[in-house]
Write a protein that binds this ligand. Structure first.
Ligand code: GLU
Length: 428
């Protein structure tokens, strides 16, 4: 047994930040792991952490330094896999948690990967296109030693996109001397990207949302939906819900909250965001000054699709939704989980709800290896099947054990990871 004092201090932030939330989630699931519980410490210690200095020359001739990370949480079931985040609040603790949630997510939906995540503490909106390219290329060179199509495969996350993946792929390939398309996913279609990848996370949220609605006896047609974050996840999910007959009654982003009980015009909202970069100033709804009011929106389905630690003990009590679909990673704190569980709110946890992105990343990686590309229909069909099956099996386990969907998803995932860990054994 490892005694407490042997655990390095950066690994023990119980109760603080996203890593603290994650540790709490693992503690909650440990009693259900049977004999595998002796391996559970594996889940609490990232396998490998790389911290890199990323210097760039700014357009004005000055030199700027940024801190970057790549954390490989676990590789028991396959190579590391997970996105790269460019955001001004990125910290090591956050990237550790995000990498661990990737391990759990990949195992929960049974794609053959471990878990990893990367990030740079930078506000990409403050950089020119050239600066962003130099930052991305230097970061890729710095983490080059630990990534690769069979080692660890980055992808987009908050603040990164297809263009950044193209630069990462090119930098890795130039350093290697040969084009290696499978080193990242979420690439442009012209470079070996997959049809449907851009929409995959939002589509997955919609698919599990429909399954959850059936379980709760809720009709999607006419259902009221509130969305926090209107980017690649929230924006796509909102559109799919509206196409299915639901109404989006509230949208919040980092600058503003807009509401309209009769339903916002999603096409007009997308056009406004395309033009201005935010929901702020959208004339087709009322702006709400108090951000916390968003959580109390009268709605059936609530989709947090922005950052972690948004639903907390402070606001969970005010939530009126019947179903929460976690489009973001780690949006709900363990204390909020308990409050919502007691209120009878059904939470489809992040590690299932937003797994559509990495699932189509897996399809992209497979297509790159075989240089044989599938149709969008094939991709969406396979995605829908995987999401439905993951939801159904987690639902079944939750009923059997009388636990939340999150605990059931963690039981499934930790069992898969730790079984692989045990079968492989310790070496050397
Ligand atoms: N960043 C996404 C996530 O949090 C996708 C990761 C991937 O495709 O590897 O799941």
């Amino acid at each position: 047994m490892t005694s407490k004092h042997e655990v390095p201090s950066y690994l023990t932030s119980h109760g603080i930040g996203p890593w603290g939330d994650y540790l709490e989630q693992i503690d909650r699931v440990t009693p259900y792991l049977g004999n595998l519980a002796r391996w559970v410490e594996t889940m609490k210690r990232p396998k490998r952490i790389l911290i890199v200095d990323v210097p760039i020359e700014r357009d004005n001739g000055t030199i700027a330094h940024f801190e970057g990370y790549r954390v490989q949480h676990n590789t028991s079931r396959g190579p590391g896999k997970g996105g790269v985040r460019f955001h001004q609040d990125v910290t090591l603790s956050e990237v550790m948690a995000l990498s661990a949630w990737m391990t759990v997510k990949n195992a929960a939906v049974n794609v053959p990967y471990g878990g990893a995540k990367g990030g740079i503490r930078v506000d990409p909106k403050t950089l020119s296109r050239g600066e962003l390219m130099r930052l991305t290329r230097r970061y890729t060179s710095e983490i080059n030693i630990i990534i690769g199509p069979n080692k660890d495969i980055p992808a987009p996350d908050v603040g990164t996109n297809e263009q950044i993946m193209a630069w990462m792929m090119d930098t890795f390939s130039m350093n290697q001397g040969s084009t290696s398309s499978g080193v990242v996913t979420g690439k442009p279609i012209s470079l070996g990207g997959s049809l449907g990848r851009r929409e995959a996370t939002g589509r997955g949220v919609f698919v599990v949302g429909c399954e959850a609605a059936v379980k709760r006896g809720l009709e999607i047609k006419g259902a009221k939906v509130a969305v926090q974050g209107f980017g690649n996840v929230g924006g796509i999910a909102a559109r799919l819900f509206v196409d299915a007959g639901a109404k989006v009654v509230a949208v919040q982003d980092h600058l503003s909250t807009v509401v309209r009980d009769s339903g916002l015009d999603i096409d007009a909202l997308h056009a406004h965001i395309e033009k201005t970069g935010s929901v702020k100033g959208f004339s087709g709804g009322d702006e709400v000054a108090d951000r916390q009011q968003f959580w109390a929106t009268d709605c059936d389905i609530l989709i947090p699709a922005a950052l972690e630690q948004q639903i907390t003990a402070e606001n969970a009590g005010s939530i009126r939704a019947k179903i929460i679909l976690e489009g973001a990673n780690g949006p709900t704190s363990p204390a909020a989980d308990d409050i919502l569980h007691d209120k009878g709110v059904l939470i489809v946890p992040d590690v299932i709800a937003n797994a559509g992105g990495v699932t189509v990343s897996y399809f992209e990686w497979v297509q790159d290896f075989s240089s044989f590309f599938w149709t969008e229909d094939e991709i969406n069909l396979r995605l829908t099947r995987i999401m439905r099956e993951a939801f159904a099996s987690v639902w079944h386990l939750a009923e059997e054990k009388n636990v939340s969907l999150r605990t059931a998803a963690f039981i499934t995932a930790c069992t898969r990871v730790l079984q692989a860990r045990e079968m492989r054994g310790l070496y050397p």
